[in-house]
Design a protein around this ligand. Structure first.
Ligand SMILES: Cc1ncc(COP(=O)(O)O)c(C=O)c1O
Length: 390
C-alpha cells in the first residue's frame, strides 16, 4: 500500500498543532501586509498598530490564564525560551530545586547547565509507571534552601495530568516559587494562575493555543523579580545602560514577532470561545477510543494512565516485535499518518515508564481530530501487526 491518494492524518499535535484555525493564518497574513512595523518603536501609525496587536494578544492570554495584569506576560519564541528565562532568571548559586521525574529536556538541560556552572542542587521526584506523583513526596524533598519547584502540567509522553494546584498550595505555604511548564496544557486544560498558586507559567503559542511556530511566553507573578535572559533594545529608556525595570520591556529585548503574535491572538480567541474545558473533554474522549482500540490488540503495550482515568490527548504505546521508528515510518509511508516515534525529548519520562531501551510511538490528538482519523490509525496498526504475523 502507498500513501498516494490517502487522506493525510495528523496525530502529532503534542509537537505542534496543525492545521490552525483559518483566522490564525489570516491574521498572520494581514499583519504582515498591513501592520508589520516595529512594535514599541516609533510613533507612526503603523508602529502603533503593531504595538496594539501585541497589547491585545497579551490581554487575551491574560484572560485565558486569569492573569490580572497583561504586562506580567513576556513573549518568548517557544516554551524552551520561556523556561530558560524563568530558570536562569530566578536561580542563584546554592539554590535547591525540586522537579518531577517526567520533565522535558527543556527543563532538565537548563537545570543541568546551572548545576555544572553556578552550583545549584536538583531533586527529581519519582513517579509511578504512569507518571503520577505524590504531593507528599514533593513535600519531603523540601529543604531550607529550596527556592523553586518545577513541574509540567501534563507529561508530553504519558499524558498524565499533574496535581499543580496541590503543589501550588504546598509551595505557597513554604515560601517557594512554582514554575509550571504548560507546553502540553495551555489551551487544553483550564489554567488559573492565582487559584493554582503558579508563580511562573511557561507556555507555547504553537501547540494548544493554535498559534504559529515561533510564539510563546512566560507569565511572571508581580510578587517576584527575575533577571532578564536577554539584554538589549526595548524602545524604552534608550539612554539607560541597564535593562528597563518596567514590564514587559524588562523581559522583551529585541523586535517581537508581530505577525506571529497576531496569529496567536486569534488562536487564543478561538480557545476562549470553545473553552479549554470543552477542548479537553473532546480530546479525552478521542484518547479513550484510542486506548480502547489499542488495548484490544494483543501485542500493544500502552503507556500512561489507564482507560477511564484523567489524561490529555496523548497516547503513547509500543507494539511488541516492531521498532517504534519503523512503525512510524510505515504509518507515514503507507498510511499517510503522522505520529512521533523515539524519546520525545524526555528520556526521564521514558525511564519512569520503563521504555528507556525502546522509546515509543506517540499519537496525539487536537481540536480538529475526528473519530474517523482515530479509527484509521487503529485499523492501520491492526493491519501492520497482522502483516508482521504478531
Ligand atoms: C512538556 C514540554 N516542555 C517543553 C517543550 C518544549 O516546547 P517548545 O517546542 O515550545 O520549546 C515541550 C515540547 O514538546 C514539551 O512537551
Amino acid at each position: 500500500m502507498s500513501r498516494e491518494g490517502q487522506p493525510f492524518i495528523y496525530l502529532d499535535h503534542a509537537a505542534t498543532s496543525w492545521p490552525k484555525p483559518p483566522e490564525v493564518t489570516e491574521a498572520v497574513v494581514q499583519a504582515t501586509l498591513h501592520d508589520a512595523a516595529n512594535p514599541g518603536r516609533g510613533s507612526h501609525a503603523m508602529a502603533v498598530r503593531a504595538s496594539r496587536i501585541l497589547f491585545e494578544t497579551r490581554k487575551q492570554l491574560a484572560k485565558l490564564f486569569h492573569i490580572k495584569n497583561p504586562n506580567d506576560i513576556a513573549f518568548a519564541s517557544n516554551t524552551t525560551m520561556a523556561l530558560n528565562m524563568a530558570i536562569k532568571g530566578w536561580l542563584k548559586p546554592g539554590d535547591h530545586v525540586i522537579a518531577t521525574a517526567v520533565e522535558h529536556n527543556s527543563v532538565r538541560r537548563p537545570l543541568y547547565y546551572l548545576e555544572q556552572t553556578i552550583g545549584i542542587e536538583v531533586s527529581y521526584i519519582e513517579s509511578d509507571l504512569t507518571g503520577k506523583l505524590k504531593v507528599e513526596d514533593v513535600e519531603s524533598a523540601i529543604r531550607p534552601h529550596t527556592t523553586l519547584i518545577i513541574m509540567n502540567h501534563s507529561s508530553n509522553l504519558l499524558g498524565t495530568i499533574m496535581p499543580v494546584a496541590d503543589v501550588g498550595e504546598l509551595a505557597r505555604k513554604n515560601g517557594i516559587k512554582l514554575l509550571v511548564d504548560a507546553a502540553q496544557s495551555a489551551g487544553i486544560l483550564p489554567i488559573d494562575v492565582e487559584a493554582m498558586g503558579i508563580d511562573m507559567l511557561a507556555f507555547p503559542g504553537h501547540k494548544g493555543l493554535l498559534g504559529p511556530q515561533g510564539t510563546g511566553g512566560l507569565y511572571i507573578s508581580p510578587n517576584m523579580e527575575i533577571e532578564p535572559l536577554l539584554h538589549g533594545g526595548t524602545g524604552s529608556q534608550s539612554e539607560a545602560l541597564h535593562q528597563p525595570h518596567v514590564r514587559p520591556d524588562r523581559y522583551e529585548a529585541g523586535t517581537q514577532n508581530t505577525p506571529g503574535l497576531a496569529g496567536l491572538q486569534m488562536g487564543v480567541r478561538h480557545v476562549l470561545k470553545e473553552t479549554a474545558a470543552s477542548i479537553h473533554a473532546k480530546e479525552w474522549a478521542l484518547s479513550q477510543r484510542l486506548l480502547e482500540g489499542l488495548s484490544s490488540l494483543n501485542p500493544v503495550q500502552l503507556l500512561g494512565p489507564g482507560i477511564g482515568e484523567e489524561r490529555t490527548g496523548i497516547v503513547a504505546f509500543n507494539v511488541a516485535g516492531i521498532d517504534p521508528s519503523e512503525l512510524s515510518f510505515i504509518l507515514d509511508q503507507h498510511y499517510n499518518i503522522a505520529v512521533r516515534a523515539g524519546f520525545h525529548c524526555t528520556p526521564m519520562a521514558h525511564m519512569a515508564a520503563g521504555t528507556s531501551a525502546t522509546g515509543a510511538i506517540r499519537a496525539s490528538v487536537g481540536i480538529y481530530t475526528t473519530t474517523a482519523e482515530v479509527e484509521a490509525l487503529l485499523h492501520a496498526i491492526k493491519e501492520i501487526t497482522e502483516q508482521y504475523g504478531i
